[in-house]
Design a protein around this ligand. Sequence first.
Ligand SMILES: Cc1cc2nc3c(=O)[nH]c(=O)nc-3n(C[C@H](O)[C@H](O)[C@H](O)COP(=O)(O)OP(=O)(O)OC[C@H]3O[C@@H](n4cnc5c(N)ncnc54)[C@H](O)[C@@H]3O)c2cc1C
Ligand SMILES: *[C@@H]1O[C@H](CO)[C@@H](O)[C@H](O)[C@H]1NC(C)=O
Length: 566
Amino acid sequence: MSSTSVTPSVLIVGAGPAGSVLALTLLKNGIPVRIVDKEGPQIGQKGLGVQPRSLEMHHFLGTLPDFLSIARRLPVCNIYKTPGGTEILKTIEIDPFEEPTPDSPYINSLMLGQHRQQSILHRHLEKYGCKAEFLTEMRSFQQFDDHVLATLVTKDQDGTEISETVKVPYLVGTDGAHSTVRKALGLNFLGETRDDVNMIIGDIHVKGGLERKFWHSWGEPSKLVALIPTEVDDDIFTFMIGGTESDQAKTASGRDELVKTISFITDRTDIDFGELVWISRYRPNIRMVDKFGEGRVFVAGDAAHIHSPTGGQGTNSGVQDSFNLGWKLALVLKGVSPSSLLATYTEERLPVIAAMLDKSTLLLNRSLAPSPVQGHNWERGKEFKQLGVNYRGSSTLVDETIALTQDLTPTDSYSLASDGVIHAGDRAPQAPSLETLHSNRNHSPALTSLFDIFGPDHHTLLVFGSSKFNGEAIASELSAYPQNLFKTVLILPTVGTSESELSDLVTQTSGVDLLLRDRDGYAHKYYPALPGPSTLVVVRPDGVVGAIVGGVEGLHQYLKGVFLTM
Ligand SMILES: Cc1cc2nc3c(=O)[nH]c(=O)nc-3n(C[C@H](O)[C@H](O)[C@H](O)COP(=O)(O)OP(=O)(O)OC[C@H]3O[C@@H](n4cnc5c(N)ncnc54)[C@H](O)[C@@H]3O)c2cc1C
Ligand SMILES: *[C@@H]1O[C@H](CO)[C@@H](O)[C@H](O)[C@H]1NC(C)=O
């Protein structure tokens, strides 16, 4: 089953989206993992919204082409008048189309069922010789100073339990809302259960009578049906049904009762329903942990936070937890970073998740409120794309663009400050059309982009300003660490570098991996410049700006915060 020839460094409990992204991030760093799930492959669309920030993460993980080939845009939502059920009362765009820009090439949300996301990710794990181990339950674990012992249980053909003890340096629970790992750690899971909300969710085949081009909706919050076509290549619709407690029990009892309720609310008898894929009653819980781990054990995804599906943040927040934790665990396991780096996982994700819970709850409240148009307050803000999520104020960041006295702690971890200027802790923007002038270590295409240079297994050092460029000083600052943990990229302005300067630079660039020319000026436009001769922007493996500094002293300060002094 697993690649047991290699001793795993991390045991990942739960092979949903959060666990799978963590596994892939670690494997891309050369860290061996085991990833187990007590169930088989997941069934159903569930967390089906894929937000732009997640698409960017998939770019870095190499999984994006597979997502783009089968995901679709959020359809326009038709709200129908009842009785009758066919006359359109209102059309709303839940996620109005935005024109991509050079710094944000993926700016529109997409839909892709959670089970399809899982299978794409698992295919990528297999490229690294790692197979998610299904029907393998983690029952209990014990923490020691330098390792964790976990008990895994599988069943043989006769149903006899086979138990195995695994010893690993770290364990991560991505085991969903009912997380065994969270409970065993005794983490608080604070929040509320919304007894006032009764929903039924599931997937059903629709053989005819309903256009797949639209999201269809009828009724009002207390008696609502939404049918949402999700993927391009099948006839499945995801349904959401709002109603009262007593109605819901009956509706959820099976396909025929479900179809009856839908016909009753929509007043439509012409929709040809096929088989039911899955159905579940759902009452939002709005809860989160107050720390994302303890010692050598961490939680991510639904194990750490659950909330209303309004706004489509669930899966996305979970995979971003994993992407934040993954590179840090990798550096600690490589022996180059102190284990205290792992504390920044809670430090950075906690305020973001708290903000997300507020925002998705606000959207839930709005969607329940009576509205002029039969209660369909589904339009959502751009912040749900998660491009403004930031870690400003986090302890390892270094930012010389601000005065020391200025407090960079964000008032909103979900939205960038209004100054529109990039600070340490922000998402690092894309910049396309960079011409490769010289490449020392990595093969680089003639025309490249920052997103193609960033990656989960290295920090990228972007150096702007060539005149006083000191590649040697940077190289000597980095020489204490394994070379493959960094990519140093010198970005020359569009114009202003003479041919002779250029040839000098090429011969002097022993300290850089890539010498690029900012052909269309995007890198210089989107990235900040300090008043001095050069600006160094450090981009972390998770595509977040770690430092903006004017020279090697600032770089040294950043490295000291993230890496061990070698
Ligand atoms: C009914 C339902 C509907 C939803 N609808 C939406 C929606 O419309 N939009 C949205 O954004 N989100 C939705 N969500 C939430 C979304 O599905 C989650 O946010 C997302 O699945 C979180 O991913 P995850 O990887 O953290 O956890 P999960 O996908 O829940 O994965 C956890 C995995 O851990 C495994 N596991 C649990 N315990 C153990 C153990 N002890 N040992 C081994 N394996 C274990 C489970 O089998 C499971 O596969 C919905 C969730 C549910 C349950
Ligand atoms: C949403 O509504 C609930 C119940 O009415 C209320 O307790 C909560 O404060 C509201 N939350 C937000 C973020 O508006």
